[in-house]
Design a protein around this ligand. Structure first.
Ligand code: HEM
Length: 453
């Protein structure tokens, strides 16, 4: 088993990387880099081919074209993961074709909606730990960065519910390590400063150390004592796959990489959604109050159940609306493997294709007042959504395995936390955004935690 970090892993900031190229493109508006891409698609149409240092990059912003790439011709558009390999290894999310299917299949049952009722008590235990922590923060009055707060919660929920473990690592440290690596803007800054022979804040040695710390996490999860020795957990399914001679592809390194994947793909996105939701609710106190009232009338003072989750319609709509406005995965990247035509434009093998979900989420053609935060729009059953105009979890066979589960986690977290606390956003308003691999708040989201009397 190889648990050593790769020697060189600056690919995210390498000039050949799509992330490096995109970071240059999205710098037009420093507070909302998505604006540049939206303006480009308004001006040049739904399929834009840009030549960036001999690499063709194709931007798509029409739902029909999303469907073409992600569903109809999904096999001709393969996953792009350069630069993210140190984070995800050779896990399911990075693979294609038959191998991807063989890796996904034994894990799929852990994400069936029937499992959610089993997971809810563990989500609630993690939320209560966060509440104890917030009670202390409310007492001291210190300012906290919310994505770090919600990441530690999301990681705890995954460890407890899916792995039957208490987090066998310091979540604040691990969070900072991976952020050091994935912040593409930082990588670019490092490169530019290096060229200018300046002092730079995050060195390549720092990123190497960060990745090394990250690589130590999955073996720690596997070695940690189970909390309750439950039989039906994702970790048990992964262990069974390793032991199954009919699955030679599922070796121990595969297991390590799958755990890595869940601890980032399954946590950062969930954490960003909850943090952005709290930011939106801090700016819309009437909506926060409605979340509180719904929690009071649906759950009251009991522990929540799967039926309660189904009944928390408004709170769930807040989460859905948050992912429309701030989709954690703002664009999906694919590499064309075959010649093709999209919207009358030629696609060549090797082209990097960017499915610009954020663009569709903010397009007035598909949404009334797209910039307005209106959770109610999700409760209006008379309005039909244009298919593929909302793709926070991707689409087609490669869509998110944990999307439905993340909505349970976040809906319950929002409902329970807001019943006791009023998290107050104290940062720059409106918050700026960074378009790195995910859509992150620029400089974080600073909050003070207030306890309701
Ligand atoms: C708000 C929360 C989440 C968002 C917005 C989100 C978003 C996404 C998106 C957009 C994809 C597709 C990527 C692509 O097509 O290139 C994806 C895939 C994936 N997600 Fe999520 N995700 C979330 C939560 C989770 C959770 C909770 C888990 C698991 C614990 C998870 C695990 C995965 C995995 C394993 C894949 C790869 C699936 C495959 O390739 O077959 N995600 N996610």
């Amino acid at each position: 088993m190889n648990t050593t970090a790769p020697a060189v892993h600056a690919q995210l900031g390498d000039e050949s990387s799509i992330w490096f190229k995109l970071s240059a493109l999205v710098r037009g508006n420093p507070d909302n880099p998505m604006d540049t891409l939206r303006q480009m698609s308004e001006r040049y149409g739904p399929v834009i081919v840009v030549n960036m240092a001999s690499q063709r990059v194709v931007f798509l912003s029409e739902p029909d074209h999303f469907k073409h790439v992600l569903v109809t011709k999904a096999d001709n558009y393969i996953k792009y993961f350069d630069g993210l390999k140190p984070i995800f290894g050779k896990s399911m999310i990075t693979n294609d074709g038959a191998l991807w299917q063989k890796i996904r299949m034994p894990q799929q049952p852990a994400f069936h909606p029937d499992m959610f009722a089993e997971y809810i008590p563990y989500f609630v235990t993690a939320i209560r730990t966060k509440m104890d922590n917030w009670a202390e923060l409310a007492r001291t009055g210190e300012t906290v960065e919310m994505v770090e707060q919600t990441w530690t919660l999301a990681a705890d929920m995954i460890c407890k519910a899916l792995f039957d473990r208490d987090m066998p690592f310091n979540p604040h440290f691990v969070f900072k390590c991976v952020k050091t690596y994935t912040d593409v803007m930082n990588h670019k800054e490092i490169r530019l400063k290096k060229q200018a022979d300046e002092f730079f804040e995050v060195s390549e040695a720092d990123t190497a150390k960060a990745v090394e710390a990250w690589w130590s996490v999955p073996p720690a999860v596997m070695a940690a004592d189970p909390r309750e020795h439950r039989e039906r957990t994702l970790l048990k399914m992964i262990e069974a796959a390793i032991a199954d001679p009919a699955r030679p592809e599922f070796d121990e390194q595969q297991a390590i990489d799958e755990i890595k994947q869940y601890l980032w793909a399954g946590t950062e996105t969930t954490a960003l959604t909850l943090a952005w939701a709290l930011y939106l609710l801090s700016n819309h106190p009437e909506a926060a109050e409605r979340v509180r009232q719904e929690g009071q009338s649906v759950i009251g003072d009991r522990d929540p159940t799967a039926d309660d989750y189904a009944a928390l319609q408004y709170t769930r709509s807040v989460i859905q609306e948050t992912m429309r406005i701030y989709p954690p995965v703002w664009g999906l990247i694919r590499v064309a493997s075959e010649p093709d035509m999209i919207g009358g434009k030629e696609i060549k093998p090797g082209d990097r294709v960017v499915v610009f979900g954020y663009g569709a989420h903010h397009n007035p053609k598909f949404w009334d007042e797209p910039e307005a935060f209106r959770p109610e729009r999700w409760m209006d059953k008379t309005k039909k959504q244009v298919k593929y105009s909302y793709i926070p979890f991707g689409a087609g066979k490669r869509s998110c395995i944990g999307g439905a589960m993340s909505q349970v986690e976040n809906t319950l977290a929002l409902s329970i936390l807001l019943r006791r606390f009023r998290p107050e956003y104290v940062g720059q308003n409106p918050a700026g955004i960074n378009a790195t691999v995910t859509l992150t708040p620029k400089g974080g989201l600073n909050f003070k935690i207030r306890e309701l009397s």
